[in-house]
Design a protein around this ligand. Structure first.
Ligand SMILES: NC(=O)c1ccc[n+]([C@@H]2O[C@H](COP(=O)([O-])OP(=O)(O)OC[C@H]3O[C@@H](n4cnc5c(N)ncnc54)[C@H](OP(=O)(O)O)[C@@H]3O)[C@@H](O)[C@H]2O)c1
Length: 329
């Protein structure tokens, strides 16, 4: 089969494209013929050798975390998937998806419901993380408000759509006008360029001075403490990455001293679902339902043929992508 693989960790230039052995499913695995392949941050981490959680063997490592396609063969211990089923795959190993075929254990293969084609699910991780951030971590509901910065990525664009279809007021920002235009197109209520406008001023003005019920933050660093000033009473900041470094202390003291606002901070990792298969599947079913009803349409930045995996990763690393980068075999 054709695949994109690496022999050394590093930049996109390490990616090779060529023939690799077609995988054979173990007793508890499913062989999937991939029809669409997602490219995202976890692939950057694995490719560059920066994922501390996953053991990888070089050379000949097929990278790729997610895909969707058709189950072609199933091992004898597989119970819920049969050949011919349409499926989405989120590989816990972080590897294997940048290929015509991939093998995964049953718990990482999710059957798609009728009315949802593999091509409609280019990034199952984006969908599931977006859903989890909004509804499990954020516990947002109709009439609530949220603010997300750097919102034009795969997760952010999905969150904006999911929030809008759920009656949540969305304030979103990005680093340039092109990204802002897409956020507006996706229905965000208030959009601004965070490099040019003052975040606190805009969020307070968009919420009549009350602040957002949830602020989603992927940067942390020294700016984090100031965000409590535009968080609503009973509101929470949800940290889902630390792009600008560790949150600067004393965070706890900041919160305690503002007890009359009853605010909170939550740190979130999708790994919270590692041993919660039923909940993860139930969340996935809700995501697929939003897709089936047409309320969420993953925003695709660019679709590359698999043989151009290197170019897809160059776009990923450039930071200029808007929405989801995809490939097809
Ligand atoms: N906690 C979890 O379990 C979990 C799971 C998956 C992903 N994540 C994290 O969620 C975030 C979004 O993921 P994604 O797949 O949507 O990523 P993505 O498509 O690459 O989008 C990331 C967005 O972040 C913004 N950004 C802000 N500061 C940045 C920086 N220093 N470097 C690069 N981008 C920066 C960019 O927008 P601007 O140019 O507008 O700033 C970009 O649009 C990432 O930080 C990812 O690591 C967390």
């Amino acid at each position: 089969m054709k695949a994109a693989y690496i022999n050394s960790f590093g930049g996109p230039e390490q990616i090779q494209y060529g023939d690799m052995p077609k995988p054979v499913p173990a007793a508890d695995e499913i062989l999937v013929r991939n029809r669409i392949i997602g490219v995202g941050k976890p692939d950057f981490l694995v490719r560059s050798g920066n994922d501390p959680y996953l053991a990888k063997s070089l050379p000949g490592l097929i990278i790729g975390n997610e895909s969707a396609g058709i189950a072609e063969e199933v091992g004898p211990e597989v119970k819920g998937i049969k050949p011919g089923d349409k499926v989405a795959v989120l590989n816990a190993t972080g590897c294997g998806s940048h290929a015509e075929y991939s093998c995964s254990k049953e718990q990482y293969v999710i059957k798609l419901p009728d009315g949802v084609e593999p091509e409609m699910v280019p990034g199952v991780l984006n969908l599931q993380v977006a859903y989890a951030l909004l509804f499990d971590a954020g516990r947002l509901g109709e009439g609530d408000s949220m603010y997300i910065s750097g919102a034009a990525g795969g997760i952010g664009t999905t969150m904006v759509q999911m929030a809008k279809t759920s009656g949540i007021r969305v304030i979103a920002s990005a680093s340039n006008e092109e990204k802002c235009a897409v956020l507006e197109q996706l229905g965000a209520d208030t959009v601004f360029n965070y490099k040019e406008k003052d975040e606190k001023e805009i969020v307070l003005s968009a919420t009549n001075g009350v602040g957002a019920d949830v602020i989603y933050d992927q940067t942390a660093g020294k700016e984090l403490a100031g965000k409590f000033d535009y968080l609503a009473d009973f509101g929470q900041i949800i940290l889902y990455n630390w792009l600008n470094g560790s949150p600067e202390l004393p965070q706890l003291e900041t919160i305690v001293k503002r007890a009359w606002h009853a605010q909170a901070i939550r740190s979130f990792s999708f790994h919270v679902y590692d041993n919660k298969l039923e909940r993860r599947l139930s969340n996935a079913a809700k995501c697929f339902d939003m897709i089936r009803r047409g309320n969420v349409r993953p925003y695709v930045c660019k679709d590359f043929p698999l043989e151009e995996a290197r170019a897809a990763h160059e776009l990923l690393d450039s930071g200029s992508a808007i929405g989801k980068i995809i490939m097809h075999p």
